[in-house]
Design a protein around this ligand. Structure first.
Ligand code: SF4
Length: 91
């Protein structure tokens, strides 16, 4: 499943048959298009465990690229609440 803009380039490699990294490939992944981020900070309100914004910057940083499944609803809310549509969620 992908939530967010479709024009974000994602670095997803398909798992190879017989490889042991299928669970990693299926894990929740958060991607922010920093070129679109306008610093509204809605994402930080929704998921402070996953996003932060240094005081001297107006662009969000992803703290956890692969957050725990328990944070899925929070990061989905962050993607949906982002006015700039800068957040994509894969997995
Ligand atoms: S809600 Fe969107 S625009 Fe605002 S800080 Fe987060 S990623 Fe950037």
């Amino acid at each position: 499943m992908i939530i967010g803009p479709a024009d974000v380039e994602l670095d997803m490699d398909l798992p190879t048959l017989g490889g042991g990294d299928f669970e990693d490939w299926m894990a929740l992944k958060v991607v922010v298009d920093t070129g679109k981020c306008l610093g509204y900070a809605n994402c930080i309100a929704d998921a402070p465990e996953v996003f932060e914004m240094p005081e001297d910057e107006m662009i969000v940083r992803v703290l956890q690229e692969h957050p725990d499944e328990a944070l899925r609803s929070a990061v989905e809310a962050a993607a949906l609440d982002c006015p700039a549509r800068a957040i994509s969620i894969v997995g």
